[in-house]
Design a protein around this ligand. Structure first.
Ligand SMILES: [Zn+2]
Length: 273
C-alpha cells in the first residue's frame, strides 16, 4: 500500500467513522490573526491537507512572540503572515496558501476582506482584541460562514472555544447578552501568554473544524479551559433573538429573520470605539 503524509490521518476511518479525508482538499479555510493561536492552528490545518488556506495579519514578528510556536529570531521585524505562509508552504506544498498583511478593520480593505471570506468554508479566529473579534463575528454572520471563535484570558491561564454556525447557533454577540456565568476577560490581548494554553485552545479549534468539514462526531457548544485546575467546563448557549447581529427583527409588524447589514456593523464599531 502506498503510504503518504495523509495515511495516518485517513486511518481514522478504520475506527468506525465514515470519513472521506480527501474532502479536505476541496475546502478553503481562513485564519484571522497569526499569533499564539494562529501559528498553531495554521500548522495543523496545513498538515491535515486542506485545499486553500488564507492568512490575515498586519503585525510583524517581535521578540516577545518567540515564546510561542513557529517564529525564529531571524524573523523579527518581518510580517507574521508572510513568514507563516513561507514556512507552511514548506511543510505541505499541497496546500495553496496565500496571505494578506492588512488590518481587517481597515475600511479600505473591507471589500477585499468580504470577498475573500465569502470564498471560505470556515473561518478560525486567532485575534486577540475584542473590537476586531466582534467585527469578524459580524462579517461571518453576514456572509453565513461557519466561524470557530477562540481566545485566551489576559493571564494566559484560561481560554474558550466557541464554534458558531450563523443563524443556527449563538454568535459571539449573543454570548454577551446571555446570562451564562463566564469570566469577564475573554479573548483580550494577553499580558501573560503561555504557549501551552494557546496550543490547547488552537488544537480544539482545529478539531472542531475537522468535525464540521468532514461531517463526523459531535460539535462542542462552548468550552472554557482553566489550566490552574485543569478543568474543561462545557456551557450550553442559546441563540439570542434580540441579538443585534443574528437576532429576529420585526418589519411591518411581522417577525423576520435578521440579516445583518453594513449599518449594523458600523453601529457596533462605533459603540466599541
Ligand atoms: Zn447573535
Amino acid at each position: 500500500m502506498d503510504e503518504n503524509r495523509y495515511t495516518r490521518l485517513k486511518a481514522l476511518k478504520d475506527f468506525g467513522y465514515e470519513i472521506n479525508w480527501d474532502d479536505l482538499k476541496r475546502k478553503s479555510v481562513a485564519i484571522i490573526g497569526i499569533g499564539g493561536l494562529g501559528t498553531v492552528s495554521s500548522e495543523m490545518v496545513t498538515r491535515c491537507g486542506v485545499g486553500k488556506l488564507a492568512l490575515f495579519d498586519f503585525d510583524t514578528v517581535e521578540p516577545v512572540n518567540l515564546n510561542r510556536s513557529m517564529f525564529k529570531p531571524k524573523h523579527i521585524g518581518k510580517p507574521k503572515a508572510e513568514i507563516a505562509a513561507k514556512i507552511l508552504n514548506e511543510i505541505n506544498p499541497d496546500v495553496k496558501i496565500y496571505y494578506f498583511i492588512k488590518d481587517i478593520m481597515d475600511i479600505d480593505f473591507e471589500f477585499t476582506f468580504e470577498k475573500e471570506l465569502s470564498k471560505m468554508d470556515i473561518i478560525l479566529n486567532g485575534l486577540d482584541n475584542i473590537s476586531a473579534r466582534e467585527y469578524l463575528n459580524s462579517k461571518c454572520v453576514k456572509l453565513r460562514i461557519p466561524y470557530i471563535d477562540a481566545g485566551a484570558s489576559r493571564s494566559g491561564l484560561s481560554g474558550y472555544i466557541h464554534p458558531i454556525i450563523p443563524f443556527k447557533t449563538a454568535c459571539a454577540k449573543c454570548i454577551k447578552s446571555i446570562a451564562i456565568n463566564l469570566p469577564e476577560e475573554r479573548g483580550e490581548p494577553c499580558v501573560a501568554s503561555l504557549p501551552t494554553t494557546m496550543a490547547i485552545l488552537a488544537s480544539i479549534q482545529v478539531q472542531e473544524m475537522l468535525k464540521l468539514l468532514l461531517k463526523f462526531g459531535e460539535m462542542i457548544d462552548y468550552v472554557m479551559y482553566h489550566m490552574i485546575t485543569g478543568q474543561f467546563l462545557h456551557y450550553n448557549t442559546k441563540k439570542d433573538n434580540n441579538c443585534p447581529i443574528c437576532g429576529i427583527r420585526k418589519k411591518d409588524g411581522k417577525r423576520i429573520k435578521s440579516k445583518v447589514t453594513d449599518k449594523d456593523i458600523e453601529d457596533i464599531i462605533e459603540k466599541i470605539e
